[in-house]
Ligand binder design. Structure first.
Ligand code: MSP
Length: 518
């Protein structure tokens, strides 16, 4: 079975409410997944939830619910969120699922059997909010810990540790030799800088049951549960194994004893899409976990930036958190997807402003794309009864060149550049309407062939735009297709070749894609 293109998002903490940042990451991953489908590849797109850990246990307790009941309730909220974003995900992982836990057990058992873990007492500082241990190096110059850690406690306890230092040299070499492994380059350089500057400390992979019971029990020591990050990172690999990816499962031979159905070939992942705050987990701990367990490494960790609102960090306490669902309720899903993808390239930080959102809606969606499609198809209805006239190559060269450059951007996952390229075609076609003035041509019977050429060129441009737009704005692309009277969804890039629209074809009924809001 040939390997599918496999892309993942970070799995969100179940106890937060979905906001702009989560939506952005999922939409970017969805666009990349759809690009590969449009290119004719088989794709597997995984997203889901991180459900274990102290915060969840505490939140459940404060509601008087069991952690599982609490997670189940919130998982519904998150799954609705995924549907509202119109994601084309292939599966939805929850770390409380037995299918995931069995694979985590197998990885832990293998690493333990190989001697990668040891038990040792710990005395030091712990941040329950970040679920991480702190050292004196984490203190600020005035001796206090940053407020992001919340209340920091002193702890004395035994734990299990993962030997890390033996992995430092090969990891540095791997990142050096595989420039695509961590992208963009400035993130890669940060990881290399970190790895070269200090010896890796061993990673604590357990939490004592006395302090936390909402986690996956360590298979070799029932007094502990698994550290939530070890559990969560494993999701990317546990699902391929659970679904029956034979190559993925092979390294766990002797440790994973579930029946193996014959499933799709997924591992190694092609892209792990994550935010900039969790690079160390993905670019340092995750590859080491995999390598130690004899599992091939993913191809790429693609790191996006963070959104702010009006130049400030979004926070519940500030009351400035952008709620994607409210935006989608008011404006539709594609305007939301368009704004975040067009406004922010994958990498740098972005800034949401309501005025910026509305400005792009009005100028680029309503007056740009919407106006082009509506006037092109309305004129075809009015002047030719909705029947596609004789073919013309008037715009063929411009559009074909544009398609080639957008395709190159799509292949390189340059989403923002691809949108800029698509909109230059929108502008070109709108300019063509203004230059050829079809409403004037329609008044002169001698100009009928010229009008045919203009109407064909515009309808054909709209059809090709729908194909290019499909990964980004699937709903809009489908609506353009339907208004053109085309049954098949515009989900194959090969269809972006000029001249496929056949003369004599009846188009559907035009209606505004993006109603103006004044
Ligand atoms: N549960 C961990 C990830 C485990 S992955 C094995 C986690 N969850 S999270 O809910 O806090 O974050 C999920 C993703 O959302 C992360 O990639 C994070 O960077 C991203 N974002 C959270 N806030 C964000 C913004 N304000 N802007 C953009 N992305 C943001 O971390």
């Amino acid at each position: 079975m040939s390997k599918r293109f496999y892309i993942t998002t970070a799995i969100d903490y179940v106890n937060g409410l979905p906001h702009l940042g989560h939506a952005y990451e999922k939409v970017v991953a969805d666009v990349i997944a759809r690009i590969h489908r449009s290119l004719g590849e088989e794709v597997f797109f995984l997203t889901g939830l991180d459900e274990h850990g102290q915060k969840v246990q505490q939140a459940a307790l404060s509601e008087g619910a069991t952690p599982q009941a609490y997670c189940d309730r919130l998982a519904d909220v998150w799954q609705t969120f995924v549907a509202r974003l119109n994601l084309s995900n292939s599966d939805f992982v929850r770390t409380t699922q037995p299918r995931h836990q069995k694979v985590v057990h197998a990885i832990l058992a293998k690493l333990h059997a190989q001697g990668d873990f040891y038990k040792s007492p710990y005395r030091g500082w712990y941040s329950p909010r970040q679920e991480s241990f702190l050292t004196d190096k984490d203190r600020r110059p005035d001796g206090t810990f940053d407020p992001i850690y919340g209340e920091v406690q002193e702890l004395v306890e035994e734990n299990w540790y993962f030997r890390m230092s033996r992995h430092q040299a090969w990891l540095i070499e791997h990142i050096q030799n595989h420039p695509d492994f961590v992208q963009p380059d400035y993130r890669r350089n940060e990881v290399l800088g970190f790895l070269r500057s200090e010896p890796l400390e061993d990673l604590c992979i357990s939490r004592p049951l006395t302090r936390l019971n909402w986690g996956i029990p360590l298979p070799f020591d029932p007094a502990f549960v698994t550290y939530v990050w070890f559990d969560a990172l494993s999701n990317y690999y546990s699902i391929p194994v659970a679904l029956g990816d034979a190559d993925a499962t092979a390294p766990l031979q002797g440790f994973y004893t579930e029946p193996h159905p014959a499933g799709p070939s997924l591992w190694p992942a092609d892209v792990h899409l994550i935010g900039k705050d969790i690079v160390k987990f993905h670019a340092v701990y995750w590859p080491i976990m995999l390598k130690a367990a004899g599992i091939p490494l993913p191809h790429q960790i693609l790191v996006h930036g963070w959104w702010q609102k009006d130049g400030e960090k979004m926070a519940k306490s500030v009351g400035n958190v952008v709620d994607p669902i409210a935006v989608i309720d008011a404006w539709g899903v594609d305007p939301f997807r368009y704004y975040v993808l067009r406004e922010l390239d994958v990498g740098p930080d972005g800034n949401w402003t309501d005025a910026g959102f509305q400005g792009r809606y009005q100028a680029e969606l309503a007056n740009g794309l919407g106006n082009l499609v509506n006037r092109s198809l309305s004129m075809l209805q009015r002047y030719r009864n909705g029947i596609v006239p004789a073919a013309s190559d008037a715009l063929a060269e411009d559009i074909t060149q544009g398609v080639a450059s957008v395709t190159a951007d799509l292949r390189r996952h340059r989403l923002q550049a691809a949108l800029v390229g698509i909109w230059s075609l929108v502008s070109r076609a709108n300019q063509y309407v203004d230059q050829t003035a079809p409403f004037k041509l329609a008044k002169d019977p001698a100009q009928a062939p010229r009008l045919d050429a203009v109407l064909y060129s515009l309808a054909e441009t709209c059809r090709i735009l729908a194909v290019l737009l499909w990964p980004f704005l699937p709903e809009t692309a489908g609506r353009i297709g339907a208004q053109l009277g085309i049954q098949d969804p515009p989900d194959r890039l090969t269809a972006a070749a000029w001249g496929r629209l056949t003369p004599g074809h009846h188009i559907g009924t035009p209606s505004p894609l993006f109603p103006r809001r004044d």
